[in-house]
Design a protein around this ligand. Structure first.
Ligand SMILES: Cc1ncc(C[n+]2csc(CCOP(=O)(O)OP(=O)(O)O)c2C)c(N)n1
Length: 218
């Protein structure tokens, strides 16, 4: 599934009083482009210096401050894995937070920065996969998983409506590039260099990036 799908399906279903916190990473790109902010909602990213892992603690704080509002985290697997033990805090205090973890098994933002800023193939950014749904169950919360875009809408619906704290693990394509709105010549050159210098997924990445640009043009 493309990460944009889960962002879109979530965005459509957020309540008018939703408080949404998003992590730093490519996750912020999907949130900014595919989750519309509606009047009455509150949305936040990391407050300072783009620190990772803010999503879960921000949502816990939001739910304590506003017990009746819908509080949702839209987080990366790298970010969540840094502070995930705090999910049990939500279980302990019966905070009905909802955490959507976009699972690409990668420190995605760094992977694309290595290519587009440095002209290097990706290096050292793969994450050891975690079963976040099983983790949520182990903590005493609810856990859901989705990887087929066809199922995404109804799984998100069920997840948002479950009472109590819950985690939804959305398995996504790790090769979906968070393309900038305007690509500079330097970025394009560095990107091409990284592929030419042996980026291991170069064929699939080039095909995805090209097909997206072509789709935009037609
Ligand atoms: C505490 C902290 N460590 C490192 C970074 C550098 N950094 C920014 S985004 C990122 C990767 C985020 O990975 P993930 O949460 O899996 O989200 P993705 O980019 O894959 O969507 C890293 C390591 C940071 N911003 N904050």
């Amino acid at each position: 599934m493309k990460p944009q799908v889960v962002a879109h399906e979530l965005g459509k279903r957020l309540r008018e009083d939703a408080i949404v916190s998003c992590d730093s990473g490519t996750i912020a790109t999907w949130w900014a482009r595919h989750i519309p902010v509606k009047a009455g909602q509150m949305h936040s990213l990391s407050g300072n210096l783009a620190s990772m892992a803010n999503g879960l603690p921000y949502v816990i704080a939001a739910q304590v401050a506003y017990p009746r509002r819908q509080c949702v985290g839209f987080v990366g697997d790298g970010g969540l894995s840094m502070l995930m033990a705090d999910f049990v805090t939500a279980v302990k205090y019966k905070l009905p937070i909802k955490i959507v973890v976009v699972k690409n098994n990668t420190l995605g933002q760094i992977k694309w920065e290595q290519m587009v800023f440095l002209g290097n193939p990706e290096c050292g950014v793969e994450l050891q996969p975690i079963d976040f749904s099983a983790f949520a169950h182990a903590c005493g919360g609810a856990g859901y998983g989705v990887e087929d875009p066809e199922d995404c809408g109804h799984v998100v619906e069920e997840f948002l409506n479950v009472p109590g704290p819950a985690v939804l693990e959305a398995v996504v394509d790790p090769l979906e590039p968070p393309l900038p709105a305007k690509i500079t010549a330097d970025q394009a050159l560095k990107f091409a260099e990284s592929l030419a210098r042996g980026e291991p997924n170069r064929k699939k990445i080039a095909l995805t990036a090209l097909s997206e640009k072509v789709r935009e043009m037609v």
